[in-house]
Design a protein around this ligand. Sequence first.
Ligand code: SF4
Length: 202
Amino acid sequence: MAGKIKKAMPRVVFQRLGRLYEQMEEAYAGIAREMGFTCMDCPENCCTSYFRHHTRVEWAYFLKGLEQCAPELRTRIISRARDYVVQMDRDLKQGRKPDSMCPVNENGLCMLYSHRLMICRLHGVPTVHTRPDGQQLEFPGCFRSVEKTGDLREYPKLDRTLFYRELAGLEQAFVGPKIKSLPRVDLTLAEMIVMGLPKLSA
Ligand code: SF4
C-alpha cells in the first residue's frame, strides 16, 4: 500500500462518515425488519459482487482501517487484492463480469467490517433514490430480495437519496476545491487497496 494516512487527515470528516455509515445500517435494518428479510443461510455471498466505488473519502477511510489492522492480515488482504485485480482484468478482457471473492473476505466474513464501504452496507433490500434532476430510480435489491418481494409496490424501499447527498458533501469536504479538476473515481475495492491512498491533486 503506497504511503501512510497522514496525521493531518481530516478527523472530523471521517467521524461524520462513520456516523453516516451507522445511519445507513439503521435504515437498512429497519427496512429488512419490515419486509422480513435476512441474509441468514443465503446460498450466495454478495462479497463476490462486482462492486465499484466512487468516492475518495470512503477509499481513504477504508485504507485507514486497513492500516490499523494486524500486519499479517493486512499483508494477506493486499496480496489477495493484487490477485483480484489480475483476475478482474482477465475477466473483463474476455467479456465476463468479474465474480471473484472480495480480497477483504476470509471464510465468508468481512475482515474490515467497520470500514466497509457504502454499497457493502446498502446492498440487499429494495432501494430508491431521487437524482438531482428529479428522476426517481428504483432497484429491486439482491436476488433474494427479488424472490421475496415479487411485486415491489407492496414492499418498503430504502431511500438512498439523503445518504448519497451527505456522502457527496463529505467527498467535497475531504477533497476540497480541487474536486472539479480530479478524474471521477470508478474503482473496485481491490484496485483501491493496490493503488494506495487517493491522490487529492491532479
Ligand atoms: S469490504 Fe467486506 S462487506 Fe464489502 S465486499 Fe469486501 S468483504 Fe464484503
